[in-house]
Design a protein around this ligand. Structure first.
Ligand SMILES: *[C@@H]1O[C@H](CO)[C@@H](O)[C@H](O)[C@H]1NC(C)=O
Ligand SMILES: *[C@@H]1O[C@H](CO)[C@@H](O)[C@H](O)[C@H]1NC(C)=O
Ligand SMILES: *[C@@H]1O[C@H](CO)[C@@H](O)[C@H](O)[C@H]1NC(C)=O
Ligand SMILES: *[C@@H]1O[C@H](CO)[C@@H](O)[C@H](O)[C@H]1NC(C)=O
Ligand SMILES: *[C@@H]1O[C@H](CO)[C@@H](O)[C@H](O)[C@H]1NC(C)=O
Length: 407
């Protein structure tokens, strides 16, 4: 699908321009990110309360005795909900922080665009705890917990009872079933899985492996800046013969699937998985800082003080065969889709200018705000960066000058 993004972008930025030129003052409270005791390595000591969210400590997983913590928008009329945004925490399992980020961006979006009614959008952030959180105090011994990086590839929970075999993908199935329940949410139109980095790895892989139900057509996946992808073909853009099992899950589709998927993959095979993935509604998003197209207002914070999203991310050799940076992996993934059947009809790519590996600025881009809060099915937006070779040349020096000239 090739639609020029310029006219669309100017349409989308219109509300912003109107706001900047109007005299209205901010009508919403920005929620501050709370201090939380502990740390991701040694465990969080508690889960903080968040204003305007319910923290359900014992959210039940249907058909099991298992429970886990979930943040969800409070005090909304379920029958008025039209959209559900499901956002996990990052690698640090900081779900509260991501819930707050999306909520603040929703408040801002509703203020500048009268067609967005924040009371009709439910935000949910499940907490995939780790055993260190149980030890440090954030979790009860009764709540599910995963290995620190297992949850974002779909593994079974390690506890309280590993024998229960609760996959983090099964949890997502259950959250879909919660929102797709027409008796509870009669007006729900879209379920959006929006995530950044580790959470993006989770959702891109879920898009490939989710066992289908009749609800699939209302689900949209937005994996922004993932550290790596589950690759669809065996070839890699930067092959490495000494990197063993490069096509093994979580990086590829030849073997090593999580328990959630083994039966299903045996049944439909690799081709079935690829065909199903291509039919789903996947909206890639890549921050393009490093391309030399940095707006001057972001220049100081993003170029001088923050690593550009052409940073390496996952340094495992399997990830490196997908590209040397987050951005390059995204570009290569899109190229791989194009070379193997074309860009699927229901996939889009947003190139987000002026943004690096920053979840808040990715989510706050016009493209992702539109997909999350208005309609996920808009065409691709933004401009793909200049050729990768030039990206490197700019990163080595010329980018600074180029960035400043763009005022
Ligand atoms: C927003 O939605 C809520 C829930 O349906 C409704 O009560 C309220 O009137 C709506 N606000 C506007 C401005 O339409
Ligand atoms: C989103 O962007 C707008 C416009 O730049 C800004 O006013 C707002 O504070 C941002 N919100 C968040 C949560 O980053
Ligand atoms: C642990 O369980 C107790 C009793 O149900 C409850 O009061 C407490 O809030 C729980 N704590 C956490 C961190 O889930
Ligand atoms: C793909 O998009 C079309 C048009 O928006 C929609 O009708 C169809 O249901 C989508 N496919 C899936 C699997 O969601
Ligand atoms: C290839 O893989 C091996 C084994 O992990 C690793 O030591 C080596 O650095 C990789 N080479 C490149 C160019 O990434």
């Amino acid at each position: 699908m090739t639609v020029t993004s310029r006219s669309l972008l100017s349409l989308l930025t219109l509300p912003l321009i109107l706001t900047l030129t109007s005299t209205s003052t901010s009508a919403f409270e920005t929620i501050e990110n709370p201090f939380v005791g502990g740390d991701p390595e040694n465990g969080w000591t508690y889960l903080p309360p968040v204003p305007t969210a319910d923290l359900h400590l014992n959210w039940p997983i249907t058909g099991t005795d298992s429970v886990m913590p979930v943040y969800q928008s409070a005090a909304l009329d379920d029958s008025a909900i039209t959209r559900a945004i499901i956002v996990p925490g990052g690698k640090p399992r900081d779900s509260w922080s991501y819930w707050i980020t999306i909520k603040n961006i929703l408040s801002y979006s509703a203020e500048i665009d009268p067609t967005i009614n924040a009371s009709t959008i439910s935000i949910m952030s499940p907490v995939f705890l780790a055993s260190v959180d149980v030890e440090a105090g954030a979790a009860n011994a009764t709540q599910l917990y995963w290995s620190k990086s297992g949850w974002f590839s779909g593994t079974y929970a390690e506890g309280p009872n590993a024998d229960d075999k609760i996959s983090s993908f099964q949890v997502l199935d259950d959250l879909v079933a919660h929102y797709a329940d027409k008796e509870r949410y009669p007006n729900l139109q879209e379920i959006i899985f929006a995530a950044h980095s580790a959470g993006s790895q989770f959702f891109q892989r879920y898009a490939a492996l989710r066992i289908p139900t009749e609800d699939d057509s209302i689900i949209h996946y937005i994996p922004a800046n993932p550290g790596s992808f589950v690759w669809l073909v065996e070839d890699r853009p930067a092959p490495n013969d000494t990197c063993a099992d490069v096509d093994r899950y979580k990086y590829g589709l030849s073997s090593g699937f999580p328990g959630y998927s083994t039966g299903n993959v045996n049944e439909i095979g690799r081709e079935g998985v690829v065909e199903r993935y291509r039919s789903r509604n996947v909206h890639y998003a890549q921050g393009t800082v490093g391309s030399g197209q940095i707006p001057v207002e972001h220049f100081l914070t993003q170029v001088l003080f923050l690593p550009a999203d052409d940073g390496p991310g996952d340094t495992a050799c399997e990830a490196v065969t997908q590209g040397s940076t987050h951005l390059e992996r995204g570009e290569n993934f899109v190229d791989m889709l194009n070379l193997n059947g074309g860009m699927p009809l229901n996939h889009t790519i947003d190139w987000v200018e002026g943004v690096s590996h920053q979840n808040d600025q990715m989510f706050n881009s016009t493209a992702l705000r539109t997909r999350m809060f208005i309609s996920a099915t808009i065409p691709s937006t933004g401009l793909r960066p200049l050729r990768k070779r030039e990206v490197k040349a700019k990163a080595a020096g010329r980018g600074f000058k180029q960035g400043l000239q763009l005022s």
